[in-house]
Design a protein around this ligand. Sequence first.
Ligand SMILES: NC(=O)c1ccc[n+]([C@@H]2O[C@H](COP(=O)([O-])OP(=O)(O)OC[C@H]3O[C@@H](n4cnc5c(N)ncnc54)[C@H](OP(=O)(O)O)[C@@H]3O)[C@@H](O)[C@H]2O)c1
Length: 353
Amino acid sequence: MSSPRKIITVFGANGNQGSGVINIVLQMQSLSDKYIVRAVTRDPSSAKAQTLVARGAEVASGDLNSADSLKAAVRGSYGVFAMTDFWSIHSYDVEVQQGKNIFEACKAEGVQHLIYSSLPHATRMTRGVLPHLAHYDSKATVQAYMDANKGDMYTSFFRPGMFLSFLPNLLRKTADGTPILILPLSSDSTPWPMVDPPRDGGKYIMGLFEAGSKANGVTLNCVSSWTNAREIVQTLEKVSGREVLLKNVSQQEFEADYPENIAEQLTETLRVAGEFSIFGPGAKVLQPAFDQWLVEGSEKPISLEQWINENGPWNFEGTTFLDNLAAQKTKHFETVGEQQAEETSAQREAIAT
Ligand SMILES: NC(=O)c1ccc[n+]([C@@H]2O[C@H](COP(=O)([O-])OP(=O)(O)OC[C@H]3O[C@@H](n4cnc5c(N)ncnc54)[C@H](OP(=O)(O)O)[C@@H]3O)[C@@H](O)[C@H]2O)c1
């Protein structure tokens, strides 16, 4: 008789990262024979959650801010994939607390293996050169807490590169409408890790779950394709048939385009990728070792060119995320700036303690 299937509970199942775990388990018979995926969401009645049910997942209610709801959500699970979403809270302290809440719920419910989506401590990794990446430092703080307190629970840490879906948001346009990638970098050839989490993230995460005790204490970098700014622009040109420009500017020049309250965080988010390879200088050479965790039988991660080919059409129309941020500077700077300046100083204080 075959052994009962193990439950893997997935946070952020409706989002980029969690969906990757659901996708790979439901796609690969070898995994769905062994695992049941339980998708956690704040709203199990939503259309997105119901789609997951129709595809074969269980759905459970859970809120990262409510410790009790998390215990119920992970109850009976062998493994938990946990992620926290900095961008919906914009707070170092809240993200750290949410990470601790998941961890405590897993400990209390006897979960065997917890995998947390983490990032390096950017302030330490860059020796203070990039001190405004609260969303990196908070995740690294959660990782250290989990490692220090895990007891006999296995913990593994999954660190994604920059999401490929963010690429279109980085482009702007010159006055004559030519698409342009403007970066606050001194080099356009530093290795830059990019990932398609819904397609490739789950392959690494399920590889860690499959490895069990061997994956205990492992931190891996999840990357579909290592590239660099020059190659990104050249590939966009090749696929679109349009000229795409690349311009490197100083940090001061870059920040001048954006509201003060977010300019440093935005600049540093690009600099940590384009100068520090996100995971630290030289991280690209380590990738073959991390790729050994890809779950057996899964397809190779996607290349930059294939992703750009599959995610067009590239007509460069409409406004992008960076266009919208730049517009805030002129239109709403006074109100938005004042309101968020308070959050930023609270985050900095938290990082210093
Ligand atoms: N963009 C990048 O290049 C990049 C790179 C590395 C790391 N990251 C990190 O990735 C994170 C965002 O991940 P993502 O893009 O996968 O998220 P996403 O697609 O924006 O989705 C957010 C998910 O978080 C869940 N969520 C948010 N607040 C929650 C709460 N209070 N309780 C329970 N679930 C909650 C949502 O669930 P429901 O709405 O269903 O409840 C949703 O599934 C950020 O922390 C960011 O720092 C991003």
